[in-house]
Write a protein that binds this ligand. Structure first.
Ligand code: URA
Length: 216
C-alpha cells in the first residue's frame, strides 16, 4: 500500500482541516459537512493523477484540441453514515462514477472489546474497476478491513484508492498489509494517538455525530 499524506505540504486544505477540528467551528454542522466534502474534492483531485488517460479530440467552436481524459471505471464506496459528505465530495468531481454503500458499526462485546458489524450493503460489480473506498475517520482500521472483506465478494477491483480525512498511525499500520499491493491511501492528515475507546486524539470527535447529529 502506498500512503499519500497530503498535509506533508501546506495548502488551503489546512484551513478546512482546522475548521473540522476546532471545537467551536465544528458546531456548525452545515460547515462541517461542507468542509468534509471540500476535503473529498481535494483528495479526489490528487488521486486522479493515478488514473489511466486516453487522448480524445475535442471540437471547440473554433477548432480541435487533443486532450487526455481518464478512462477508469470508478466505483465510490462509502461507509455509512459518516462517509456521506466525503462521498459527495468525490462525486462532485467524478460524474460518471457508480456508487456503493455499506454500513459498519462497532458492537461492544466485552469490556473495551468490540466487533465490527457490517449490515446494509449495496454495490455494483467491482470486477476490473477502480474502487474509491471513502472512510473519513481511519481510527483502528478494523471497519475498513471488514468492509473490504465484504466488498471482495462483489468482484476484484483493478486497484483501490482509500480516501480518508483523518487517520491514526496505529490504524494505518493495521490496514497496511490487509489490502492488496495496488492500494493507495489518500489521507488529509494523521494523528499518532488512539484512546481506549478507539477515538483519534486530538482528532475531531465523532464525525458522524458532527455531520448528522448525535445518535441514540
Ligand atoms: N470515528 C470517529 O468519528 N472519530 C474517531 O475519532 C474515531 C472513529
Amino acid at each position: 500500500m502506498t500512503i499519500h499524506n497530503l498535509t506533508k505540504k501546506t495548502s488551503i486544505l489546512n484551513k478546512f482541516i482546522a475548521e473540522i477540528r476546532s471545537k467551536e467551528t465544528q458546531k456548525d454542522s452545515l460547515r462541517f459537512r461542507r468542509n468534509i466534502e471540500r476535503i473529498g474534492e481535494i483528495l479526489g483531485y490528487e488521486l486522479s493523477s493515478h488514473f489511466n488517460y486516453e487522448s480524445e479530440i475535442i471540437t471547440t467552436p473554433l477548432g480541435e484540441k487533443e486532450i487526455k481524459l481518464p478512462s477508469n471505471e470508478l466505483v465510490i464506496c462509502s461507509i455509512l453514515r459518516a462517509g456521506i459528505p466525503l462521498h459527495q465530495g468525490l462525486l462532485n468531481y467524478f460524474d460518471d462514477a457508480e456508487s456503493a454503500f455499506i454500513s459498519a458499526y462497532r458492537k461492544k462485546t466485552s469490556g473495551k472489546e468490540f466487533e465490527i458489524v457490517v449490515e446494509y450493503f449495496a454495490s455494483p460489480d467491482l470486477t476490473g474497476k477502480t474502487l474509491l473506498l471513502a472512510d473519513p475517520m481511519l481510527a483502528t482500521g478494523q471497519s475498513l478491513v471488514s468492509v473490504y472483506e465484504s466488498l471482495h465478494k462483489h468482484g476484484t477491483p483493478k486497484e483501490i484508492h482509500i480516501v480518508a480525512v483523518l487517520g491514526s498511525t496505529e490504524g494505518i499500520d493495521y490496514i497496511h498489509d490487509k489490502f492488496p499491493e495496488n492500494t493507495h491511501l489518500w489521507i488529509a492528515t494523521i494523528d499518532d494517538h488512539l484512546n481506549e475507546k478507539g477515538y483519534i486524539i486530538p482528532g475531531l470527535g465523532d464525525a458522524g455525530d458532527l455531520a448528522f447529529g448525535t445518535k441514540l
